[in-house]
Write a protein that binds this ligand. Structure first.
Ligand SMILES: C[C@@](CO)(OP(=O)(O)O)[C@H](O)COP(=O)(O)OP(=O)(O)OC[C@H]1O[C@@H](n2ccc(N)nc2=O)[C@H](O)[C@@H]1O
Ligand SMILES: Nc1ncnc2c1ncn2[C@@H]1O[C@H](COP(=O)(O)OP(=O)(O)O)[C@@H](O)[C@H]1O
Length: 289
């Protein structure tokens, strides 16, 4: 089999409402996921020996608990006779703990790639359920469609929001998702939307934004800076914030003015995870739906 090079793009939460909490502590959400054309890249190189190895462009991610390795091991243990030797290399561009779902996307691309390479008899729904055991955001990347999500983010209804250009700003701090969800000041009682298909930017929000801005003043500063250009919002539990633009040029102009202390990039919204298209092209076998 040939070397497989695949994207692991980021997601944005266009809005994120917390509508309650389950008995196990997980929060019940209503959120709209959209992908953006910016992210990491994974390369899968088949090996003659039956070994599973992993490297990363950033040394701090080349650890045994990386989600890429966890995803691969999950399939290795589930299919002890199917798995074959592979070396996985992660070219990391997305900031960790940024609310961009980078780790989840890396794991989802790994699950999809290894299903393809090892020709595993797993449907996409089964693969998403396996992915859910590693992280609440993984199913949306596996199903590969922009989606309105309920439950803890795993009950997905495909959506086709507009695909504007985004300026995404990373304010240089890392937000740990569990810290936000454990915080007593997090609002947890937003009313469910009556009809999510009628969602509008103005009538939705990110329920984590105020708390994360208080915990991390640089997030508040980045939101205030973006507001000069377009209405900003936090993605996920942060730390990244973003604003929408009708075309690329004004987004790039705003990026030029970004203070040096922050990182940022411009990307377009996508309603399909590009890894799915890559795998359709690479596929010589029919995979189950
Ligand atoms: C809330 C979101 C929105 O996209 O935030 P980001 O992580 O993207 O910022 C995600 O669903 C996060 O998904 P993910 O980052 O995979 O979280 P997980 O590893 O499953 O959970 C980390 C911890 O967050 C808490 N958690 C997570 C999801 C959820 N709906 N309720 C929770 O209370 C739990 O305490 C859990 O132990
Ligand atoms: N491949 C990976 N990329 C990024 N983070 C990873 C990866 N594997 C494990 N992690 C861990 O997962 C955590 C969440 O990462 P990430 O998904 O990028 O952030 P977020 O959930 O805020 O979008 C990080 O703290 C990091 O230590």
């Amino acid at each position: 089999m040939a070397v497989l090079t695949l994207p692991a793009v980021a997601k944005l939460n266009l809005f994120l409402h917390i509508i309650g909490q389950r008995d196990d502590g997980y929060h019940r959400l209503e959120t709209l996921f959209q992908f953006i054309d910016y992210g990491d890249t994974l390369t899968f190189t088949p090996q003659p020996e039956r070994t599973l190895t992993f490297t990363c462009s950033q040394a701090q991610f080349a650890t045994a608990d990386n989600l890429v390795l966890q995803a691969a091991r999950l399939l290795q243990h589930r299919f002890p006779t199917h798995w074959r030797g592979v070396h996985v290399h992660l070219d990391k561009r997305l900031p960790a703990g940024g609310g961009l779902g980078g780790g989840s996307s890396d794991a989802a691309t790994t699950l999809l790639a290894l299903r393809h390479l090892w020709q595993l008899p797993l449907s996409t729904a089964e693969l998403a359920t396996l992915g859910l055991s590693l992280g609440a955001d993984i199913p949306v990347f596996i199903h590969g469609r922009a989606a309105f999500a309920t439950g803890i983010g795993e009950i997905l209804t495909p959506a086709t929001p507009p695909c504007p250009w985004y300026l995404v700003v990373h304010p240089g701090v890392t937000v740990a998702t569990p810290t936000v969800f454990k915080h007593p000041d997090l609002p947890r009682q937003t009313l469910p939307l009556q009809d999510w298909t009628q969602w509008q930017w103005e009538t939705t929000r990110n329920d984590c934004e105020q708390l994360v801005s208080q915990l991390h003043p640089e997030v508040a500063n980045a939101l205030a800076w973006l507001l000069e250009y377009a209405p900003p919002r936090l993605t996920g539990t942060g730390a990244c914030v973003f604003a929408r633009f009708d075309s690329e040029e004004p987004a790039q102009q705003a990026l030029q003015a970004l203070p040096d202390k922050w990182q940022g990039f411009v990307a377009q919204g996508l309603n399909e995870n590009p890894v799915c298209q890559h795998l359709r092209q690479a596929s010589t076998v029919n995979l189950p739906d």
